[in-house]
Design a protein around this ligand. Structure first.
Ligand code: ADP
Ligand code: ASP
Ligand code: MG
Length: 448
């Protein structure tokens, strides 16, 4: 069997749903499971509704809900007819009714917890897959719609829920028995806790859903269908000359994803690695193009791609008590652990430690506790630029070339070698694009 995941832009309207279904129909004898995101920017719109509910902004909510309703009904009318259309509209109305009731209650209370947030966001995927499944039926495809909340089980960490793997695997294999000439359609991004309360896997999490289900079902391949030709040497929105990579290792892809390449979600890779399932990233608008294959190992060493992550905060903790002391780092990291704040990069000297974080919601509390250990300073509006490739550290010429490209851009932190697949710099956020463009030009364009 194969898993085919289509992102928001790939199912942005009925025309694109048709393109996605052309691709799936072509692979019907490979027993496909189609996993879809919400249509276009629906999740952003739902997120905005959740924010407005918290502020009690009734009018903007009503307008946004009407727009969502009209959009999904109109697209349904473009793809379905007769009884099939009636059934589809009935489901859309049911979801919109549920969504409106939830939002109404929250608007009165002016609150939106993580749990309520997940409930609201889940409607994007529930609606998109309803349209996709009914369109597939309209096209005469033997189709079964699956509610991912019944098979993806998670803990209670709303908005970023963690998978309960064993339980989920059992439910997935029970609910989905792939067979040739049958299309299963399920939602990405959403799941539920053991009490059946809706959770989500974090923004962009549909890729992860695809990998979880693909691993559980021992898929032959996991295909990530998106709006670019594959994984590129950098974000094409920053460098128009970014080039498609024909292959990349799991490790490199995970590093790229973690350091900001939105094309795949950072957790995507893990379930696929465990089972050694090939992942392919392809373009829904250009299906003939081979795309990028994420495989166990690639032969080519050296730089593969450049990722970046804006909105980074650097925290510096310095203390003379650290000099020759052990246990100091442990105390620091226990504080980050206590406030569930992941640390991305670390660099240390005899008397100070610098770390970067991108989640700043707990920064105040973290900083208060760190002050008990030493002198604390933090700087925001920083960016991590991450050069990804195997064994970069072995090539000192490469390292000096990379540094010299940055010219007068101040480099606040450097980490190299802790993983053998990345070299990362921290620079001011205002210099991100310039730094990425210069590095890309030097390593990928100049010898074209
Ligand atoms: P989807 O809706 O299909 O999940 P996303 O918007 O999440 O799509 O991811 C695709 C986008 O990721 C691309 O349009 C591109 O702008 C961005 N992107 C960032 N870095 C890269 C990269 N290295 N290669 C390809 N795309 C990238
Ligand atoms: N629809 C969700 C989001 O926009 C999940 C995804 O697209 O992967 O974050
Ligand atoms: Mg995505």
């Amino acid at each position: 069997m194969i898993v085919m995941k289509f992102g928001g832009t790939s199912v942005r309207d009925m025309e694109w749903i048709n393109k996605a279904l052309d691709i799936a129909a072509d692979k019907l004898n490979s027993a496909p499971l189609l996993i879809a995101s919400a249509m276009g920017k629906t999740t952003d719109k739902l997120q905005n509704i959740a924010f407005c509910a918290e502020k009690g902004e009734k009018e903007s909510i009503e307008k946004a809900l009407d727009e969502l309703n009209d959009f999904h009904i109109n697209e349904a009318k473009k793809g379905m007819s007769g009884k099939n259309l009636d059934e589809c509209i009935e489901k859309i109305n049911k979801y919109l009714f549920e969504l409106k009731s939830i939002v109404k209650g929250l608007t009165v209370l002016r609150e939106c917890t993580g749990r309520s947030n997940d409930a609201i966001l889940s409607f994007g995927e529930l609606l998109s897959t309803t349209l996709i499944a009914h369109r597939a039926i309209e096209r005469g495809i033997n189709t079964q719609w699956i509610d991912s909340r019944n098979i993806i089980k998670t803990n209670d960490h709303f908005t970023e829920a963690e998978l309960l793997e064993e339980m989920s695997n059992q439910l997935i294999t029970k609910a989905i028995q792939p067979q040739a000439n049958k299309l299963f359609v399920a939602q990405g991004f959403i799941g539920s806790n053991i009490n059946q309360i809706t959770t989500t896997l974090g923004r962009g999490g549909s890729d992860y859903s695809a990998a979880i289900m693909g691993a559980a079902l021992s898929a032959r391949e996991i295909q990530i269908w998106t709006d670019v030709d594959g994984i590129l040497t950098t974000d094409p929105r920053v460098v128009s000359k970014a080039q498609v990579l024909d292959s990349i290792s799991y490790k490199e892809a995970a590093e790229l994803a973690y350091f900001g390449a939105k094309v795949i979600h950072p957790s995507t890779i893990q379930p696929a690695i465990t089972k050694e399932i090939p992942v392919v990233v392809k373009n829904t608008g250009n299906p003939e193009f081979p795309g990028t294959h994420i495989i166990t190992k690639t032969e080519r060493q050296g730089l593969k791609a450049i990722a970046f992550k804006n909105n980074i905060t650097v925290i510096n903790i310095s203390s003379y008590r650290m000099l020759l002391a052990y246990g100091f780092l442990r105390r620091i990291f226990e504080i980050f652990e206590k406030y569930k704040t992941p640390v991305d990069l670390i660099s240390t000297s005899e008397v100070s430690v610098s770390v970067t974080i991108d989640k700043t919601s707990e920064l105040g509390k973290i900083s208060d506790e760190l002050k008990k250990i030493g002198n604390v300073q933090w700087e925001n509006k920083k960016a991590i630029i991450c050069l990804v490739g195997q064994e970069l550290w072995k090539d000192s010429l490469f390292i000096s070339k990379a540094f010299s490209q940055l010219g007068s851009i101040p480099v606040r932190m450097v980490t190299l070698g802790s993983s053998d697949t990345n070299l990362s710099f921290v620079v001011p956020e205002e210099n991100t694009n310039e730094a990425v463009q210069k590095l890309h030009k030097c390593f990928f364009e100049d010898n074209e």
